[in-house]
Design a protein. Structure first.
Length: 172
């Protein structure tokens, strides 16, 4: 099925592009969500109009999210975890955990589906990208260290964003 994208679709294309997609994806997702229309000759005449509107909308969105991108750029989060002798974690650090840590410190809501990285299962420093818009993808460092040990933090010029400490149970 050939469709004309009306909106930017992650991992597919930008507004105004004509793409060939699977019938089910087009019929069940793109068309009902209003992200695309069938690529008919009449719709293809509107390609330039759709592209100009999308460029204006994309520029506005980039301007809005620019401040948040600057806050996130070069930020880092630390996770104290339990790990075996080889450095393998008991569990993993997920995108939801990274998003929650960033939301707690930055103050802006970051959803887990906007954080791009594989689940982290070892000690060390890893890179994650926060997909704010098609063009804005700031990089965030994720530092995973053993509980009780000090993490290896990046240079001092980097703003600190740390996971809130877990509440210790009060013993009476």
């Amino acid at each position: 099925m050939k469709v004309l994208l009306i909106k930017d679709v992650f991992k597919l294309g930008r507004a105004g592009d004509v793409k060939r997609v699977a019938d089910g994806f087009g019929r069940n997702y793109l068309l009902p969500q209003g992200m695309a229309v069938l690529a008919t000759p009449g719709a293809l005449k509107q390609v330039e109009h759709i592209r100009t509107k999308a460029n204006v909308r994309r520029a506005e969105l980039n301007k809005e999210m620019g401040g948040l991108a600057e806050q996130l750029k070069g930020a880092y989060v630390t996770f104290p975890t339990k790990a075996g002798e080889t450095g393998k974690l008991y569990g993993s650090i997920t995108t939801a955990m990274i998003a929650d840590a960033l939301t707690a410190k930055i103050g802006a809501t970051i959803e887990r589906r906007h954080v791009e990285c594989q689940p982290i299962r070892n000690l060390g420093t890893f890179k994650a990208f926060v997909r704010l818009t098609v063009d804005l993808n700031p990089e965030v460092l994720v530092i995973v260290h053993r509980e009780g040990e000090a993490p290896e933090l990046p240079d001092e010029g980097t703003p600190a964003v740390e996971e809130p400490a877990a509440e210790e149970p009060v013993q009476e």
